[in-house]
Design a protein around this ligand. Structure first.
Ligand code: PHE
Length: 334
């Protein structure tokens, strides 16, 4: 009974002391072992009481060991939680930039090194900024080229079909010299396929100063393609835009190294990457700039096409589906 009292009073915060306690009472050479061995020598009439007492001692000692063990374990666990920095952490799922943003930023970087600033404007536009100021008066046949989404017809409110509208706004609010690029989302009512979509992104550029010539435009394009793609084999094909005269389309020779190259360039190795030209004097006039004093060039490109080439993406629809298996592949390209 004395042992029971002692066992009940026992307490420790130290594992070794606890182990000593366990060995003393419950070990293979411990007290209880002795008591149980003694049991057969106890006279019959005392067996019952003796048995009860040693059982109580056994339970007390066992419970004591168990409860102190649990206490000590919970303590070391909470110490580890804060103290053991070698424990593996829960991974934080950091996002990735969208490939359109990656390519857009790259384009902006290239032009910022040659003095272009960045300008932005609204996605919902009026007729003046998207068409009329750009030399597409009402009933101009080239309006059909644009497959416009109209939100409202009187007065005309629409989703911009190109970021040339931003250039108009910029010219209205700034005096030359102007060197600006305008990135943004544009909308056209086109059939969706692997090559085209009704929403896409553009970067358009505008340079206006005294004596700007077509040679300046061509040199800028050579510089851009060299910086952006590491190669500058390009060709300019005469073309038509209402807001530029003369106008051209720019193709880059990309080659046919992969199946995706083959698909994107329709098997020619050449891909049209932008439209460009000398700003039409009517546009300058419409925006309050004197065409007798200033000339300028403009260009516009689709970001998706360039991203498809650079990242070898065979289907434009991938950009808008937001499938994480697709997006995760750009994690390392922050
Ligand atoms: N705005 C034209 C388009 O969206 C591109 C372009 C811009 C062409 C500037 C010439 C000059 O197709």
């Amino acid at each position: 009974k004395q042992h029971i009292k002692e066992a009940q009073a026992f307490t420790t915060e130290d594992k070794t002391t606890l182990e000593e306690f366990r060995i003393k009472y419950l070990g293979s050479k411990g007290l209880l072992k002795d008591f149980f061995a003694e049991f057969k020598n106890v006279p019959n009439e005392q067996k019952k009481e003796f048995g009860q007492v040693i059982n109580e001692l056994k339970n007390t000692a066992e419970e004591k060991v168990k409860s102190i063990q649990e206490l000590l374990e919970s303590k070391t666990e909470s110490i580890n939680l804060f103290g053991d920095l070698s424990r593996p952490g829960t991974p934080i799922n950091i996002g990735s930039r969208h490939p359109i943003s990656l390519v857009k930023n790259q384009i902006l970087d290239v032009f910022s090194t040659i003095g272009f600033n960045v300008s932005e404007g609204p996605e919902i536009e009026d007729d003046w900024h998207n068409f009329t100021a750009l030399n597409l008066p009402e009933y101009h046949p080239a309006r059909d080229m644009q497959d416009t989404f109209f939100i409202q017809t009187n007065p005309d409110v629409l989703l911009r079909t190109h970021t040339s509208s931003v250039q108009v706004r910029y010219m209205e609010n700034n005096k030359p010299p102007i060197r600006t690029i305008s990135p943004g989302r544009v909308f056209r009512n086109e059939a969706i396929s692997s090559r085209s979509h009704c929403i896409f992104h553009q970067v358009e550029g505008l340079y206006i100063d005294k004596n700007v010539s077509f040679a300046d435009l061509k040199q800028t394009l050579l510089y851009f393609t060299k910086e952006m793609f590491g190669k500058s084999k390009i060709r300019l094909r005469p073309s038509y835009f209402p807001f530029t005269e003369p106008s051209a389309e720019v193709d880059i020779y990309w080659g046919l190294k992969t199946e995706t190259d083959y698909r994107i360039t329709k098997g020619t190795g050449w891909l049209e990457i932008m439209g460009c030209g000398m700003v039409d004097p009517n546009v300058l006039k419409n925006c309050g700039i004197d065409p007798n004093e200033y000339t300028g060039y403009a260009f516009g490109m689709g970001i998706e096409r360039i991203a498809m080439l650079l990242y070898q993406i065979g289907d434009i629809r991938m950009f808008y589906e937001n499938d994480v298996r697709f997006l995760e592949q750009f994690k390392s390209s922050l």
